[in-house]
Design a protein around this ligand. Structure first.
Ligand code: GCU
Length: 136
């Protein structure tokens, strides 16, 4: 299936900063969420299609950093787990399946606890049907 990578540092960032003070990220850096509930990263991805939304992240603490994943304002995964990856230099992925509509889709990952989100490197979108997602 076709795939596309969308760097977090190129997305809309609310209550977070672009950082590069750890290793192993793609692109220019990653988003360091402010340690507050409600901080988010929002990507714009063109549809349509059924898609796997793969979020690459690091969590150097021992505590889950859950986030709500929403597509066009509708939560598709509430309090999705972003568990410890061991250190801030070690990255893992968390995947949620969603259906994208035709044209631009807003994919938002919002921290739900006062710890904020994990560090987020990128979103990879793999369409699971015939259409390929593309940058806006
Ligand atoms: C550390 C780490 C940051 C991380 C932060 C956090 O400061 O260096 O990359 O974002 O912890 O707790 O969120």
């Amino acid at each position: 299936p076709a795939g596309n990578d969308f760097e977090a540092e190129d997305a809309t960032i609310v209550q977070g900063v672009v950082a590069a003070n750890h290793t192993g990220f793609s692109g220019r850096g990653f988003v360091d969420y402010t340690n507050v509930a409600g901080s988010y990263v929002e990507w714009t991805v063109n549809g349509p299609g059924a898609a796997d939304l793969v979020i690459r992240y690091a969590n150097g603490t021992t505590v889950n950093r859950p986030m709500d994943i929403a597509v066009n304002g509708t939560t598709v995964a509430a309090n999705m787990a972003f568990n410890s990856t061991g250190t801030w230099d070690q990255w893992q992925t968390a995947t949620v399946h969603a259906t994208l509509t035709s044209g631009p889709n807003k994919i938002r990952a919002t921290a739900t606890t006062a710890n904020g989100g994990p560090n987020v490197d990128k979103l990879s979108v793999s369409n699971t049907d015939s259409e390929s997602p593309s940058p806006p």
